[in-house]
Design a binder for this molecule. Structure first.
Ligand code: GLU
Length: 467
């Protein structure tokens, strides 16, 4: 049987990292088993669902590279089907109309609370209900009264729930619209989902969904309920812990593979291995090895993983992502060195692409001013003659290669009887505006002849007039 998994987000906000991890685990499981991964947008809550959120989910999935074989399916386009299934359940006696009023239910609830009982529907309309004039009924599922439901959970192990703990849940509201548990069941059934992988906040829904599936004579999928992701303080990860939206991680300079790698390790392990290529993740991933307990999000670790990816990925690939960040800074990456060469020069020192972009602006754009501290430390009366000396030698070079550039700096230091730093640092500030850059010969090579000579001239004039 083909393995079919799905990711079924409700479009009521951005794609959360917790959601992304659920999507990743479902995707990995399908890929590992040569199956299918389906994207289903659960947009039946018309008040809370927005097109903007749908776009955010699609954008997040695309950025992460989590491709789906079918979908996106939209539940709002399947209302006719849900209606038909509700009708079927009514006809076969597995569902019934309930005319109880809000007030009655409220009263019942209050009584149960007062008696310290779990609030639940008492089944009044289950055994025959009379239509009430002017009141549209809801439809309730007739949950079995006896026996147990055993959830075959691949992460948590078998979970057994007694049917008497479950009341008759509403499957259609008074306006005829289906509720969450009904739509999920119909979709999982129609889409042939073999493995339902989702957050363990849904665990209470599972026995109800299994009972409805049984009433519909549908097969029961395997379930895997994933423990929540916590913030560093032990509370469920939320906005107040910082970034939780997947696209925020893009904006903060993470590579999508690094985020996936970080997320796969959050609650899953394979020996001591920390870094996994996508192929390795697919090969090694097992739901049975997913941790039973919640795991805490650790940004430092994510930064570390990101840096590993920046350092070890194909520079051309990193360059594509860096170009986007340069674009965010208003830089046209075609107006300077090949971005992949910048990646090679910067990757040891930059842990995020935001850092790398910020540290690479001078390769593409002239700067307005010298960094104050760098200027103070490295420009003084006399620096202009060091720069003039360098300028003449650079201008005389036939080829702008790294070795020749390095030699110029060495020769200048020797001629002027200065330490290397006394030559390289003023030069660096002159051409970069800051005292931090890759090795000076690499920096100059990347900048190219024109920018280098032009900026040295500008610095000489500046020192002569201002210092
Ligand atoms: N739409 C639900 C949510 O976003 C998920 C339902 C499911 O996976 O069964 O929480």
């Amino acid at each position: 049987m083909t393995t079919i998994t799905r990711f079924a987000p409700s479009p009521t906000g951005y794609l959360h990292v917790g959601g992304a991890r659920t999507a990743l685990f479902s995707w990995l499981y399908a890929r590992k088993h040569g199956g299918k991964f389906i994207l289903r947008i659960e947009d039946t809550d018309l008040e809370r669902s927005t097109q903007e959120s749908v776009n955010a989910i699609l954008e997040g999935m695309a950025w992460l590279g989590l491709d789906y074989d079918e979908g996106p399916f939209y539940q709002t386009q399947r209302f006719a089907r849900y209606k038909a299934v509700i009708q079927q359940l009514l006809e076969q006696g597995d569902a019934y109309y309930c005319y109880c009023s809000k007030e009655e239910l409220e009263l019942l609830r209050n009584e149960q609370m007062a008696n310290k009982e779990k609030p639940r529907y008492n089944g009044k309309c289950r055994h025959g209900s009379e239509p009430v004039a002017g009141r549209d009924p809801v439809v309730r599922f007739k949950n079995p009264e006896a026996g147990v439901v055993t959830i075959p959970d691949m992460v948590k192990g078998e979970i057994v729930i007694a049917n008497k703990e479950l009341d008759d849940l509403i499957i259609a509201r008074a306006d005829g619209t289906p509720t969450y548990n009904l739509t999920v069941v119909v979709d999982d059934m129609d889409m042939g989902i073999t493995h339902v992988i989702r957050g363990d906040d849904h665990i209470n829904n599972t026995p109800r969904q299994m009972n409805i599936l049984t009433a519909l004579k549908a097969g029961i999928p395997h379930y895997a309920h994933l423990p929540m992701i916590l913030g560093p303080d032990g509370a469920r990860l939320s906005k107040r812990h910082g970034a939780v939206s997947v696209m925020q991680y893009r904006d903060d300079g993470y590579l999508p593979e690094a985020l996936l790698n970080y997320l796969v390790r959050l609650g899953w392990s394979h020996g001591d291995q920390e870094i996994f290529s996508i192929d390795e993740m697919v090969a090694y991933f097992e739901l049975e090895q997913v941790n039973n307990s919640a795991s805490a999000f650790n940004t430092e670790k994510l930064v570390w993983v990101n840096h590993q990816y920046i350092m070890n990925s194909d520079p051309g690939h990193v360059a594509r992502h860096l170009s986007w960040h340069l674009g965010q800074l208003g830089i046209d990456p075609s107006r300077g060195p090949d971005v992949a060469d910048v990646v090679l020069a910067q990757r040891e020192r930059c842990k995020t692409l935001v850092e790398m972009a910020a540290a690479s602006v001078y390769f593409y754009q002239d700067f307005e001013a010298y960094e104050e501290k760098a200027e103070k430390k490295n420009f003084s009366q006399g620096t202009e003659s060091v720069l003039e000396n360098l300028l003449n030698r650079f201008a005389a070079l036939n080829s702008w290669d790294q070795e020749a550039l390095h030699q110029v700096v060495l020769d200048t230091a020797e001629t002027l009887q200065l330490g290397l730093g006394k030559v390289a640092q003023p030069l660096r500030v002159a051409v970069c505006g800051t005292a931090m850059s890759p090795a000076i010969d690499i920096t100059l090579k990347l900048l190219g002849r024109e920018k280098t000579l032009g900026r040295i001239k500008t610095a000489i004039d500046y020192i002569k007039t201002k210092i």
